[in-house]
Ligand binder design. Structure first.
Ligand code: ADP
Ligand code: MG
Ligand code: MG
Length: 303
């Protein structure tokens, strides 16, 4: 069971010194769903970006820690003790992702001739390789050398059988994940970005998370611009991530609507770069009723 823990996080824009986050405290465990809500401009996206390590923002104070348990990754028997707590601020974005912290990446502009399938398989293999390097140090099999019988064990250029998920194995994995998410198989054969609708892009985001099996997934406004049917599909997918893979979800949203379908364990409300109020799912409903001004009044009248 993994936990991500933000402690007193202050952040500013890297170019310049405008402070955006003023001491954010937040903890998400795998298997839990947390909603991060707040009005436009309150700092929700900035929070997601500092978790992922976006270079446009600089953390000036506080910590972001990731705690792993020994058996947090399928296929890894035991994570070494000294590789179970990570200060994410010391890691590059791809290293954070390799340890299971997921923020959907925007696909690079349409790439001629690359299918979703190929793209996702490449992403998965890159993640596994990076992860194993972080947890266990350099992969010895990648070092040039000879085995006991004197055979050359140097890796061959382009050799796909190097602990990677091969084409056939990946097809099977993809099939299972698409069934889990109730997605049309044809989807995977399409070219990256080629004519995906807004809703299909959001479903892609959930598919990425299903393939990469993150410990913690940050989903920023995945509900924006979805019609009700597509919202339901995306919500079912998020529930499946939690129920079937034990993923922890930080669901960032302005509106309460998606929370009717993805019930959060905890709701955090952000205002002006701080989390000012927390509660259970009923807090989201109350917010829907009374609006963010109600929170603002409560907070500033109490101060
Ligand atoms: P939210 O996602 O809650 O709408 P954001 O985190 O996107 O809020 O933005 C919080 C505040 O920080 C806003 O006032 C926004 O204008 C400002 N901000 C965010 N990113 C930048 C940036 N790269 N440069 C300047 N200001 C920024
Ligand atoms: Mg700065
Ligand atoms: Mg935002």
């Amino acid at each position: 069971m993994a936990t991500i823990e933000l402690k007193n996080v202050h952040a500013e824009v890297a170019e310049g010194d405008e402070q955006i986050l003023h001491g954010v405290d937040l903890e998400v465990e795998s298997g839990e769903i947390h909603a991060l809500m707040g009005p436009n401009g309150s700092g929700k996206s900035t929070t997601s970006k500092v978790i992922a390590g976006h270079p446009a923002y600089q953390v000036t104070e506080g910590e972001i820690l990731l705690h792993l348990e020994a058996d947090d990754f399928d296929g890894i028997e035991e994570i070494p003790e000294d590789a179970r707590t990570w200060d994410l601020l010391d890691l590059e974005p791809n290293e954070r992702a390799a340890l299971g912290v997921f923020l959907a990446f925007q696909y690079p502009a349409e790439i001629e001739g690359v299918t979703m399938t190929n793209f996702l398989r490449t992403a998965l293999n890159a993640k596994i390789e990076e992860r194993d390097e972080l947890l266990f140090g350099e992969d010895e099999e990648d070092e040039a050398g000879e085995d006991e019988a004197g055979y050359d064990t140097s890796p061959m250029e382009g050799n796909v059988d190097d602990g990677e998920v091969g084409v056939a194995e990946f097809q099977q994995l993809l099939k299972e994940k698409m069934e889990l998410l109730d997605m049309d198989e044809k989807f995977a054969q399409r070219y990256l970005n080629a004519g995906f609708s807004g809703g299909e892009k959001k479903q892609n985001e959930v598919l990425q998370a299903a393939i990469l099996e993150p410990t913690i997934a940050v989903l920023d406004e995945i509900d924006s611009g979805l019609d009700i049917d597509r919202l339901q599909d995306v919500a079912d997918g998020i529930n499946a991530l939690r129920d079937e893979q034990g993923t922890g979800v930080l669901q960032i949203t302005h509106y309460q609507r998606i929370l009717d379908y993805v019930e959060p364990d905890t709701v955090h409300i952000m205002l002006d770069g701080e989390i000012v109020k927390e509660g259970g799912p009923e807090l989201a409903a109350e917010l829907e009723d009374k609006g963010y001004d109600w929170v603002r009044e409560q907070v500033y009248n109490a101060a």
